[in-house]
Ligand binder design. Structure first.
Ligand SMILES: [Zn+2]
Length: 396
């Protein structure tokens, strides 16, 4: 919602008036010089939208404010032209409306288009989040990253490294939406006061590492004739892509990282295909390269990679993980009921590489139980469990 600065206004006044914390207003207006607000300057108030209202007989500006449960000055701010002594029946005025419902509908076939649409909408309502691209997929889709918070503790979450685990994207976007609602409505989330999280942490979220793979699983072959032939060949002529984990080149992106990559190769596929082929060498695929570059640039203190399925969490890699990894995973287990597993015979994953290179906590979270792609009937249950982990990851 946009308002216009008047004489004597300040950001802290807006913060009080709309009960939106000051850091959220400041970060929603990054181009602003805080020392002086020029009169006439447009300011965005996050977490609100403006709806139209038609003046009815006997309405006064204060009865409208009362009925809508709004401070009177909030009405004046979005109706700078209004003359309270000359309201006309039928005249349309603006009403600020606090947003209290999710815009993300996670319980659907959550493909790349839905993701882009939801990110755009969230960015409009909550402009204190920053959305950018970390790189492009093989088919040229931009891989979005969302950043939220202005704290020193840098944390990273990602989803859909594996194509047929696309429900992880829907779960992460829903958790993000809940976090944003909690911040702007100042309602605790799972007992946690989130404004503190916003100023203490910076969350980096890459909700769909493998957009080409996700769209292949959800919609079948790509349009381009050359790719259709190639992908069909990799899938042994079958049009059923429910077992597809890889990117569109048939490379498993979570087998691409230089962390005992040879060990993974020895036990895995030697040719491109739907799953478990780690490429000719580490980091050949643009999606894996983009993730590696992001991670090298950002100095994350902790990373969580969301996968399905098994209701388990992998937290070790060759004893290189720090002692706090165990403390953290126990908290994740407490809030989700998922089982901590230190080591499995698997290498070259993103979290393996993160632990190896930085000796900091890295986790693979296996959401839900069943056969991938997990059915949407599980969505609400999985989302609840994931939300506990999402929050604990920010708190710990
Ligand atoms: Zn996976």
């Amino acid at each position: 919602m946009e308002i216009t600065v008047r004489h004597g206004d300040s950001l802290s006044y807006y913060s009080q008036l709309f009960t939106i914390s000051l850091p959220l207003i400041i970060d929603s207006n990054p181009k602003l010089h805080l020392d002086q607000l020029p009169i006439g300057q447009k300011i965005i108030i996050p977490g609100f939208m403006v709806k139209d209202y038609q003046i009815q007989q006997n309405d006064t500006i204060s009865t409208i404010a009362q009925k809508q449960n709004l401070p009177l000055d909030g009405l004046y701010l979005v109706n700078p032209e209004i003359n309270p002594d000359h309201l006309q029946t039928g005249q349309t005025i603006h009403i600020p409306q606090r947003i209290t419902e999710r815009v993300v509908q996670g319980k659907q076939n959550y493909d790349y288009r839905v993701l882009k649409k939801d990110l755009k909408r969230l960015q409009q309502i909550y402009p204190f989040i920053r959305v950018s691209a970390i790189g492009q997929s093989v088919l040229g889709r931009e891989i979005p990253e969302v950043r939220i918070g202005n704290g020193d503790k840098k944390i990273h979450y990602n989803g859909s490294f594996h194509a047929n685990e696309w429900i992880t994207t829907a779960v992460l976007l829903t958790c993000l939406n809940d976090y944003l609602l909690s911040l702007t409505n100042q309602t605790p989330m799972g007992g946690v006061e989130t404004p503190r999280l916003y100023t203490e942490t910076s969350l980096s979220l890459v909700p769909m590492v493998n957009p080409d793979g996700v769209n292949l699983v959800l919609h079948g072959l790509p349009d381009n004739e050359r790719w259709r032939t190639r992908v069909l060949e990799l899938n042994q002529g079958s049009l059923d892509f429910t077992g597809w984990k890889a990117n569109i080149n048939g490379v498993d992106l979570n087998d691409q990282f230089p962390a005992n990559w040879e060990g993974e190769r020895a036990r895995n596929q030697k040719q491109p295909g739907p799953r478990d082929y780690g490429g000719k060498k580490p980091l050949t695929e643009p999606e894996a390269i983009a993730m590696a570059e992001l991670t090298r640039q950002r100095d994350f203190s902790k990373v969580l990679a969301f996968h399905t399925q098994g209701e388990e969490m992998y937290w070790g890699f060759e004893n290189l993980e720090p002692p706090e990894s165990e403390t953290i995973v126990q908290e994740f287990s407490r809030v989700s009921g998922y089982a901590p597993v230190k080591n499995i015979e698997s290498y070259a994953g993103y979290k393996d590489w993160f632990i190896q290179e930085w000796r900091r906590p890295g986790f693979t979270i296996e959401l839900g139980n069943g056969v991938n792609p997990l059915p949407l009937e599980q969505f609400d249950k999985i989302q609840q469990q994931a939300l506990g982990i999402f929050l604990a990851g920010l708190c710990m």
